[in-house]
Design a protein around this ligand. Structure first.
Ligand code: SAM
Length: 384
């Protein structure tokens, strides 16, 4: 592309992006995203608006390197664009896979059989060894969850296993002693063994119904890995567009939010915690992390985006500020500079107001009311 066309392209991209009202106050979320909670998830309008506005060249993919609950992937599929999502958290990957994979025809029948075997189960149940289990789960609830997991594991169809694990994971906090998804206090609850089976059954029906409303028009794959270790072999094709909201310093703890879901489903939350970008735990220990760790991480990410993206491809990052030991960190500037250091130019930075109802739990410590949308574009090989 010559210099004139590149500048024209940049101006057109800028104008189109500037015309979007990023606040999306009337947003209504898709049913599929409300069955299983996920902190700080996108409202569907954000990836949808980006997909409608920016070009996605033929034979390229849409990438979300921090795909979380898979909102970008669902929107890319709906719009007919092939996509890849990456997340370190296995629960995020489970959610994303179930949302983008076609639900097997035998799902409802298998679920029915699983539930009736659970109800008929007799005898001793060997509950897995999980730290502090008795504090967070009643004994009969522990048994019910163990029975459900054993029955799911007996199935041969992986697609159905995934869908049933999604349903079980969606009710774990509800049937535990944890006050709520965002309050980590143990309280007494009235749920017993039969309630666990009943809630599981209800989640199955909700998932089957929500999946009916989706019409996947393109392939989507999900990689469970650390996005700082991405390499060219991870994608079959070049990346044409990135839409993502990265984790940021001292903001959320995705590993903690899903800690017991991970223990129950056989994953190691401590390993996830160690690698999780921005987790608050890294900021409250001796020799704690600082924004310089985030700067290094974003540079690492953009270096691999530079390698895997087409020239002229756009990268859209949605990110808020954070606070580290009293200091406000302007994460959007860190993202922009990391992009510029690694072959990208800023097209636009704008803000959006976060709806009060979406400002979940621990953001209150930083009084965050808005987030930034940073749009970057990969330079051509001649550096223009
Ligand atoms: C803001 S959330 C993304 C939410 C997503 N946009 C959605 O709609 O659900 C950030 C995600 O980054 C993930 N994450 C944190 N550190 C990571 C790492 N090193 N590699 C890959 N993913 C990571 C977290 O597990 C979390 O799901």
């Amino acid at each position: 592309m010559d210099l004139f066309s590149e500048v024209k392209d940049l101006v057109q991209g800028y104008e189109a992006l500037r015309n979007i009202n990023w606040n999306f106050q009337e947003s209504v979320s898709d049913k599929i995203h409300s069955i299983h909670p996920y902190p700080a998830k996108f409202i569907s309008d954000i990836p949808r608006a980006v997909l409608q506005t920016l070009p996605i060249p033929k034979d390229t993919i849409v990438l979300d390197p921090f795909c979380g609950s898979g909102v970008t992937l669902v929107e890319a599929q709906r719009a007919g664009f092939e996509s890849v999502g990456v997340d370190l958290n296995p629960i995020a990957c489970l959610l994303s896979r179930v949302k983008v994979n076609k639900l097997d025809k035998g799902f409802l029948q298998s679920a029915k059989e699983v539930i009736s075997r659970c109800l008929a189960h007799e005898g001793v149940v060997a509950v897995p060894l999980i730290p502090n289990l008795n504090h967070w789960f009643r004994g009969d609830v522990q048994e019910a969850i163990t029975i459900i997991i054993k029955e799911i594991d007996r199935l041969e169809n992986q697609n159905i296993q995934d869908a049933l694990r999604f349903c079980l994971s969606s009710i774990i906090v509800k049937v535990s002693n944890q006050e709520s998804d965002t309050r980590y206090a143990a309280i007494e609850k009235a749920y017993g063994k039969s309630d666990v089976f009943d809630l599981f059954d209800k989640a199955v029906k909700k998932l089957a119904k929500a999946k009916k409303g989706l019409n996947p028009l393109a392939k989507s794959s999900v990689l469970n890995k650390n996005s700082l270790t991405l390499n060219t072999n991870d994608f079959g094709k070049k990346v044409g567009l990135v839409i993502t909201s990265p984790p940021y310093p001292n903001a959320y703890e995705y590993w903690l939010y899903h800690k017991y879901r991970m223990w129950w489903l056989g994953y190691d939350p401590i390993d996830v915690k160690e690698q999780e970008i921005g987790a608050r735990a890294h900021y409250f220990k001796k020799n704690h992390q600082t924004e310089h760790d985030f700067i290094r991480q974003m540079n690492q990410l953009f270096a691999s985006l530079q390698e895997n993206m087409i020239e002229g491809g756009y990268a859209v990052f949605v990110i808020g500020r954070s606070k580290i030991h009293g200091r406000i960190i302007e994460n959007h500037k860190i993202v922009k500079e990391a992009g510029e250091n690694n072959g990208f130019d800023e097209v636009l930075t704008t803000t959006r107001v976060i709806k009060a109802s979406r400002k979940s739990f621990n953001l209150s410590h930083a009084r965050i009311k808005e987030e930034y949308i940073v749009v970057l574009k990969k330079r051509g090989s001649n550096g223009e």
